[in-house]
Design a protein around this ligand. Sequence first.
Ligand SMILES: Nc1nc2c(c(=O)[nH]1)N[C@H]1C(S)=C(S)[C@@H](COP(=O)(O)O)O[C@H]1N2
Ligand SMILES: [Mo]
Length: 521
Amino acid sequence: MATPTVSPPPASAPAPQAPRPRTALAAVLAVGSALGIGELVAALVSPASSPFLAVGQAAIRLTPEWLKETAIAWFGVYDKVALLVGMSVVILAITVVAGLASGRDERPGLVLVVAMGLLALVATVTSPTFGLLDLAAPTAAILVGIGVWPLLHGLALADGRAAAPGAPSPTHRRRFLTAAVLTALGAVAAGVAGRAVASSGTSPGSVALPPPATPPAPPPVGADFVADGTPTWLTPAADFYRIDTALSVPRLSTASWSLRIHGMVDREVTLSFDQLRSMRLIEAPVTLTCVSNEVGGTLISNGQWLGVPVRDVLALAGVRPGAEQIASTSSDGWNCNTPLGPLTDGRDAMLAIGLDGAPLPVEHGFPVRMVVPGLYGYVSACKWITDIEVTTFDGFTSYWEQRGWGRFGPVKTQSRIDVPRDAATVPAGRTVAAGVAWAQHTGIDAVEVSTDGGPWQRAELAAEPTVDSWRMWRLPLTLAPGSHRLQVRAVDRSGYVQTSQEALSIPDGATGWHTVLVTAV
Ligand SMILES: Nc1nc2c(c(=O)[nH]1)N[C@H]1C(S)=C(S)[C@@H](COP(=O)(O)O)O[C@H]1N2
Ligand SMILES: [Mo]
């Protein structure tokens, strides 16, 4: 009697295994298409809600001061690029790992897609500019991610299953690769289209600016020593230093822009761009400085600004007695506080719509930003401004004040040596040192240079078209062969002599004498 031979079932049937590079690719494509759709939906619905940028923006909000300063020290003005590149690398690495871990089972990849989606949702909801519409982009991204991932993973798995006996299956392979290529194309197309839509907005070049009420001052003569190595007195707009927390520059439209003035006022006022532009305009040169500028640093530039005096705008609303400061907010949720004093004491504090004869560049606040002579940018120079609340000192604490910076930000009297540069080699004998000094809204009375700790020598000063701008200086020197230490200090019109005391930028501006070491040969 024959016993039917039955091959015993394997102890445990191995679950089909997808080729790992394929599941990793599937994960990258699923996350990529989620991010791409996120960009597109954000651009169409609410530009600031891009899931990728929302996470980056949240990282900026949460970054402790020491880390922010380190990032600026390492990457300078490329700190934001560094953040975005770093984020991309981390996302790619985690995604590849989750994909590799999903050889048999789609769950690791699914967990990753959902977790990243939730992270983007939290980043969006906790943004200071959050509105319900901002939920659309992260939601679309999650839906696409959890749709695409099982699909591609299934195809990768089918490929693996078919290939299991040894023979590769061209059909399954082709299916997977076709789906992969289509997903990649879709993701890139959505992302590119999203970026393109997000960067539309009014082009500054198309905006007409009326002339100021009083004709602008003629171009200043003798206000710089460019031939000796100082910057030009007016900084070309393209070279104007740029500091802000915006990962993607707000691209606003003049048609939909408005400025609301409210709080401790007699009547709330909302101005359109056309209304603001039709008010009395002034034009004035003002030097902007960043509080983070180190001694000898370059976070300072001089511009010719066209705008409406802040006091005229405040007068429309009527400031109530007891008000002490204003809180300005930008379209991207940044804010700053400015005391009413400097805004209403007659200086050229303005809501600027133009820089150097053209509409504001987008990076510098198009269509409207504030400029206040004598105050650091972080307490006054709100770009992309859309809201002004009149309040008391107790009524409002600004973005940077919450992070440990001072409440009042008067610019500190400072000076810089531009030539010779630190560590430069100069011919022995006669040479010329030159640079800039600034004490906005006070004025510079003298600049003095000391060589190797010797007596202070008075430098020649350039013309001073206004006390609201920096002032250039030059000084011929005779240097014997060898190494030398040059130091500079300014004396402002209040009689204050720039201190040698060294202080960090935080909390209210760096101090100390700019020092350069040169070798004369
Ligand atoms: N909306 C917005 N405005 C802002 C900032 C910002 O981060 N967001 N930074 C401020 C700071 S710290 C400075 S120094 C100035 C710099 O202006 P600029 O980039 O035009 O030189 O803008 C100010 N206005
Ligand atoms: Mo700044």
